[in-house]
Design a protein around this ligand. Structure first.
Ligand SMILES: [Zn+2]
Length: 380
C-alpha cells in the first residue's frame, strides 16, 4: 500500500467511527470556530481545537525525537523535520469537524511497514544475507551499527528492514570524531638474513586526525554521510623493519605480506568510532585484499590450535608459535591443516576466500601476543 493509501484508509476509519456519529447527534451548527488542521503533502490528516495546538506540536516533537536516541551525545543536531511537507494550518471549522485528540497520536505514529529482524544461522554472512533481502552489504552495516560484521554468530539478531513509518523524519547532524591514521612500514634490506627472517628496528605508531562528518538520517538510519573537514592532530610514525633478501622459497607477487600475496591492505588494525552512534569498535587484525585461491602461509613455525568454521570469521586457522605468540587467518576458502598439526614457516596452510562475514576475497590476519591482539603491521 502507498503512504497516501494508508492514510486514506486510516482517515476513512476515523471518519466512520468518530465523525459520522457526531454528525448525527449534533445538529448542524452554524457557528464556525478557530481550529488547527495537520496537512501532509496537501492532504488533511486531522483537525484539532485551538486549545490543543501546543499538545499536537509536543506530540510531533516527541515523534521526531525518537529517531535521535541512538545518535552520539556530542553530535550537533542541525535540523529536524519531515520528508513530507507537513504543517499545522489555522482553519475555521464547524465544531463537529474537530477530531478527538486520541486521533492525533494514532495518525502521527502510523506505520506503513513493520521492521523485520532475523536470527543468524550457521553459514550466514552479510554478503549472502544482503543478497537474500535485496540490500547491499553497506545497507546491512548501516541498519546494524552495533554489530561487528566479522563477529556474528548463530542466534545473533540482525535488522534487515527498518520500520517504515508513514510520516518520515529527516534529521541533519554534524559530528566530529577522532580517527587513526595508519602508519607505513619501511623496509631495510639485509642479504645476511633469509626472506622469512625479519627484525623490527622501530615499531610504527598510528597518527590521529579529527574528521567532521555531515550526516542525514532518514527515520533514524544513515541516508547520506559526507566528510566536511579533516584535521591532522598527530602524524603517524612509520615502522622500520629489517628484512632478509636471501631466498628459501620464491613467493614474489605484487605485494608480499609474508603470509599472503595480496594487492593492498583494505582495513587496518585498531579502534574506529562510528560517526553516527559514537560507539567504538575494534578491528582485531588487518584485512589484506588478495585474489581468491591465493595460498596463505604460516607466519612462522608453530602448532595449529584451531582449524574450521568460526562464526563471522568463516573458515579460520589459529596457530600457536610459542613464546605467547599466536596468529589467526580468517575468511579462507580452503584449510590444508588439522588441529594439533605442526607447521613450518612459509608452509601452505590454506587458501584465500570470502567465507564468514566478508565482502570480497581477503585475508583477515591477526597477531595475538600474550592473549591480546596487537598491530600485525609490526610483525609483517
Ligand atoms: Zn578483518
Amino acid at each position: 500500500m502507498t503512504k497516501r493509501g494508508v492514510i486514506a484508509s486510516l482517515a476513512g476509519a476515523i471518519f466512520f467511527s468518530l465523525v459520522f456519529p457526531a454528525v448525527i447527534t449534533i445538529a448542524d451548527s452554524l457557528e464556525k470556530v478557530k481550529a488547527y488542521q495537520f496537512v501532509v503533502d496537501g492532504e488533511k490528516w486531522f483537525t484539532v481545537a485551538e486549545a490543543e495546538k501546543e499538545s499536537v506540536e509536543e506530540v510531533l516533537r516527541e515523534y521526531q525525537e525518537q529517531y535521535i536516541k541512538n545518535v552520539a551525545e556530542n553530535a550537533r543536531i542541525k535540523k529536524t523535520g519531515f520528508a513530507q511537507r507537513a504543517f499545522l494550518a489555522e482553519v475555521e471549522v464547524k465544531p463537529e469537524e474537530i477530531n478527538p485528540f486520541a486521533v492525533v497520536e494514532e495518525m502521527i505514529y502510523a506505520v506503513e511497514e513493520e521492521a523485520l529482524e532475523i536470527e543468524i544461522k550457521k553459514g550466514d554472512n552479510f554478503w549472502n544475507l544482503a543478497k537474500k533481502y535485496k540490500l547491499t552489504v553497506n545497507d546491512l552495516i548501516i541498519l546494524n551499527p552495533d554489530i561487528n560484521p566479522e563477529k556474528i554468530f548463530p542466534g545473533d539478531k540482525l535488522l534487515v528492514r527498518p520500520m517504515n513509518p508513514v510520516l518520515d523524519v529527516v534529521i541533519e547532524l554534524e559530528n566530529t570524531v577522532v580517527e587513526p591514521i595508519p602508519f607505513k612500514v619501511k623496509y631495510r634490506r639485509d642479504n645476511r638474513l633469509y626472506t622469512h627472517q625479519q627484525k623490527i628496528l622501530q615499531a610504527g605508531v598510528e597518527g590521529e586526525k579529527e574528521v567532521l562528518y555531515h550526516i542525514t538520517l532518514l527515520n533514524g538510519y544513515q541516508d547520506s554521510l559526507t566528510v566536511l573537514e579533516e584535521k591532522v592532530l598527530k602524524e603517524p610514525s612509520n615502522a622500520l623493519v629489517q628484512i632478509g633478501t636471501r631466498k628459501t622459497v620464491a613467493r614474489g607477487g605484487r605485494i608480499n605480506f609474508g603470509v599472503v600475496r595480496g594487492t593492498r591492505i583494505s582495513s587496518y588494525f585498531g579502534y574506529r568510532i562510528h560517526p553516527i552512534t559514537g560507539k567504538r569498535r575494534f578491528h582485531d587484525g588487518i584485512d589484506i585484499a588478495a585474489p581468491h585461491g591465493n595460498a596463505v602461509y604460516a607466519y612462522t613455525d608453530g602448532k595449529v590450535v584451531e582449524a574450521g568454521w568460526n562464526g563471522g570469521y568463516g573458515y579460520c586457522i589459529l596457530i600457536d608459535h610459542g613464546d605467547g605468540l599466536r596468529t589467526r587467518y580468517a575468511h579462507l576458502s580452503r584449510i590444508y591443516v588439522r588441529v594439533g598439526q605442526r607447521v613450518r614457516v612459509e608452509e601452505k596452510i590454506g587458501a584465500i576466500g570470502s567465507t564468514g562475514n566478508s565482502t570480497g576475497p581477503h585475508l583477515h590476519f591477526e597477531v595475538i601476543k600474550n592473549g591480546r591482539t596487537t598491530n600485525p603491521l609490526n610483525y609483517l
